[in-house]
Design a protein around this ligand. Structure first.
Ligand code: TMP
Length: 210
């Protein structure tokens, strides 16, 4: 009976630009599906039509001087829609949700990067998510200099990628501080090495989850 279905797990993947999230998430999705799970791979900001429209606004380099509070509120508006339309229904249906970034990115980018008080982010988190938090957060950690060098080989820079290296050091430090403060819910993986060996570590960790 669908009503009695066990809630799926909610796993998020975080890291600064160039940490390798996209390719590893694809491998994680395939790995879990091969084990018979139904997996919904999604991303933030985005993942639902209205949220993807807000993503465009957030990443558009034409909006370079956007006010930090505006940015924060747009991120949570996109998240509210994503939760309502995709994440909550999927979890309820027993699917596993694999999300490329979630609220830890808000603490890291809007909190660490832009300097917004964590308490203000926590208030929005409570409002938009209620008690929902990821079951597991995988933090792909890399030095900003190395990550940005990897990201530079891609196409045009979005609004966040225009930030200087000091911004990404603050973002990384916030991620690491949150992960170290709650080791049960976070796994930090050094993603500076060969992609294949990073992937092996991630998949071994998923194996131990089941
Ligand atoms: P990406 O998906 O290509 O990494 O781009 C998303 C950008 O959005 C990335 O630079 C981080 C930023 N972002 C925030 O600033 N706050 C958030 O809460 C989220 C989810 C993303």
């Amino acid at each position: 009976m669908p009503g009695n279905k066990k809630r799926g797990r909610f796993i998020t993947v975080e890291g600064i630009e160039g940490a390798g999230k996209s390719s590893h998430i694809a491998a994680m999705g395939a790995y879990l599906e091969a084990r018979g799970l139904t997996v919904r791979v999604t991303r933030e900001p985005g993942g639902a039509p209205v949220s993807e429209a807000l993503r465009e606004l957030l990443l558009d380099p034409g909006n370079l001087g956007m006010d930090a509070d505006t940015e924060l509120l747009l991120v949570f508006a996109a998240r509210a829609e994503h939760l309502a339309k995709v994440i909550c229904p999927s979890l309820k249906a027993g699917e596993w949700v694999l999300c490329d970034r979630f609220t830890d990115a808000t603490y890291a980018y809007q909190g660490g990067g832009r300097g917004i008080e964590p308490a203000r982010i926590a208030a929005l988190e409570e409002w938009v998510q209620g008690s929902l938090r990821p079951d597991l957060v995988i933090l792909l950690d890399i030095e900003p200099e190395a990550g940005l060098a990897r990201a530079a080989s891609r196409s045009d820079k979005d609004r966040f990628e225009q930030e200087d290296v000091a911004f990404f050091h603050r973002v990384r430090n916030s991620y690491l501080a949150r992960a170290r403060a709650a080791p049960k819910r976070y796994r930090i993986i050094d993603s500076s090495g060969e992609q294949a060996s990073v992937r092996e570590q991630i998949l071994a960790m998923l194996e131990s989850l089941q």
